[in-house]
Design a protein around this ligand. Structure first.
Ligand code: ATP
Ligand code: MG
Length: 427
């Protein structure tokens, strides 16, 4: 354990589950997953914490399970955020001090994100908003724009175009409280689809342009990448919950039975379904009488309902992407909802372009049982914490380890290597 640097905990507080993952980040840049746990949670609606006590109890249970697996105490964690309150803007900032030493240095650029966050918090952002990320996209130096990495250039008139992501203050406070009440401090907040993109998109997809569509339980989260950096964020309050709810409403069955039937028989593609196939669902108590307690329906009708909701989702996404000039890029579906049979084909037809279903499987450090779409966000939060997140703690960590043989230079080298490898758009 001599080269062990930092223990990271990531918690994805999702609409259907709380997923906790505990990992060690080594000085070499390697990440070792020590334990993970997924606990059902019903405390959120459309990505927002509604029932604080229920959410806290799921966080507590998930954290306790990981503590039990690993024999380690979890004191703090990186937490994912989503919800319809999340918005973005691409904004330009001028920094006179960049390049003040005559040449633009890596050190100048490393602080850009924090300085934008600080300036946005101090008056630049309305009081009811909280800035989650300020991600530099492009620079212009003395009027020459479109620069992705101006390190080494001479010039002092530097402008940064940044992707600024913010969320509603009250929603975020509630999320933080639900975690803190479970005895866990919040180290940093990470936009959930940004985390999913980190774990699912390949460097080539980020470079050539791609859209992540993370279909969860309560929200479908979108992020767009172009030229290696994030430049679009969107949240659609339609996801797995609505598919299940449609079944409840249409057939008068219970929520549990509707969810199980969706997983067992659901499809957005009707073509392989036999015209005679029937399914039987239990009726909700209020619809039962002495003779009837279930309903038998054609599976094609059942799937037609799912197909219509799927189409509606594609129309909303299409409108959002067209409005933001992000239409036409390949789509990568992820999140639990992306596993619905026929979804990929429906998206291919609706968007007339390449569509794939993505899971966090491009990382050697991620164990096989986590390489599933539903874990894309949780794994991504861990990767974010191991790269971007460690920048903020680099100084305290180095102080802590100064006495050991892990020196300051080794720490920074390992971290920047890791950041470059996993988040090329962030350097
Ligand atoms: N095979 C499948 N077919 C259809 N839906 C599925 C399948 N597997 C999982 N789902 C749906 O995926 C949803 C859960 O996905 P996920 O775990 O990504 O959500 P979450 O992270 O809890 O929610 P959110 O990100 O919206 O807060 C549920 O609605 C579930 O019904
Ligand atoms: Mg999710």
């Amino acid at each position: 354990m001599r080269n062990h640097v930092k223990t990271i905990t990531a918690i994805d507080v999702g609409t259907t589950k709380v997923f906790t993952i505990l990992a060690q980040l080594h000085a070499s840049g390697d990440i070792k997953v020590l334990g993970h746990s997924s606990v059902p949670c019903t405390g959120l609606r459309k990505g927002n914490v509604e029932d604080l006590a229920t959410t806290t109890s799921a966080v507590r249970a998930s954290v306790a399970e990981v503590q039990k697996q690993t024999g380690r105490r979890i004191h703090s964690a990186y937490i994912g955020v989503t919800g319809a309150h999340v918005t973005f803007e691409n904004k330009k900032y001028a920094f006179n001090s960049i390049g003040a030493s005559g040449v633009i240095t890596g050190e100048d650029l490393r602080s850009v994100s924090q300085r934008i966050m600080a300036s946005s918090t101090n008056g630049g952002s309305p009081k009811d908003r909280r800035v989650l990320h300020a991600i530099p996209m492009e620079y212009s130096v003395d009027g020459e724009g479109g620069l992705r990495n101006p390190v080494g250039l001479h010039g002092s008139n530097v402008e940064v175009e940044a992707h600024l992501i913010s969320g509603g203050f009250d929603y975020i406070q509630k999320l933080i409280k639900s975690v803190e009440d479970a005895g866990v401090d919040v180290e940093a907040l990470v936009l959930q689809p940004l985390a999913s993109a980190l774990s699912v998109l390949t460097p080539k997809e980020r470079e050539d342009g791609a859209i992540i569509v993370d279909i969860g339980g309560g929200t479908t989260d979108l992020v767009g990448f172009r030229r290696g950096h994030i430049n679009y964020t969107g949240v659609v309050p339609v996801a797995g919950f609505q598919f299940t709810n449609d079944i409840v409403q249409a057939f008068g069955t219970t929520r549990e039975a509707a969810e199980m039937a969706k997983l067992a028989y659901g499809s957005a593609d009707l073509s392989p379904i036999n015209i005679n196939e029937e399914i039987t669902l239990p009726l909700e108590e209020k619809f039962t009488d002495e003779e009837t307690d279930s309903i038998t329906i054609q599976r094609r009708d059942f799937c037609q309902l799912i197909k219509e909701r799927s189409l509606e989702l594609t129309y909303i996404i299409k409108d959002m992407l067209e409005e933001s000039q992000m239409a036409g890029y390949p789509i990568v579906l992820t999140g639990g909802g992306s596993q619905l049979p026929g979804f990929q084909r429906l998206f291919e037809m609706s968007f007339a372009g390449p569509v794939r279903v993505g899971a966090p499987n491009g990382h050697a450090q991620v164990p096989g049982d986590l390489k599933k779409p539903a874990y894309a966000t949780g794994v991504g939060i861990m990767l974010w914490a191991a790269t971007e997140g460690t920048r903020g703690v680099a100084l305290s960590a180095s102080r802590k380890y100064l006495g050991s043989e892990v020196g300051l230079t080794a720490l920074f080298t390992a971290w920047s290597r890791q950041v470059k490898r996993l988040m090329p758009w962030a350097v």
